[in-house]
Ligand binder design. Structure first.
Ligand SMILES: [Mg+2]
Length: 124
């Protein structure tokens, strides 16, 4: 059986690669990578991921704007979007939820078991 598709949207290459590696070791996931919101929207339109992990601060199009744009599509309105928030930015979480993100996790991710549980809760 083909694994669920997870789209990782993150402008930092190291973080993107770590997430790719971690997600692949979590389960049978098909991981796609985008480096900004615009790329993410194009990829999501074509490939219809089952879940998105979305950095908020990115060039070209940030995660807030990209999430709002996803929510405006018929296929993206209920798509699980987990925001990557910056620990130092206290209002990030609130802003993520008000932009329509389903959940969030603070960066740097210290405990990948937490991310795994969040993903499994949405993809179950
Ligand atoms: Mg960033």
């Amino acid at each position: 059986m083909q694994g669920k598709k997870i789209l990782v949207v993150e402008d930092n290459e190291d973080t993107r690669e770590i997430l790719l590696y971690r997600l692949q070791s979590m389960g049978d996931y098909q991981v796609m990578l985008a480096s900004n919101g615009r790329e993410a929207l194009e990829m999501a339109t074509k490939s219809r991921p089952d879940l998105v992990i979305m950095d908020l601060k990115m060039p070209v199009m940030d995660g807030w704007e990209a999430t709002k744009a996803l929510r405006d599509t018929p296929w993206g309105k209920d798509l699980p979007v987990i925001a990557l928030t910056a620990q130092a930015m206290e209002r990030d979480e609130e802003k993520a939820l008000s932009a329509g993100c389903s959940d969030y996790i603070a960066k740097p991710i210290m405990d990948y078991a937490v991310l795994k549980r969040k993903i499994e809760r949405f993809l179950r």
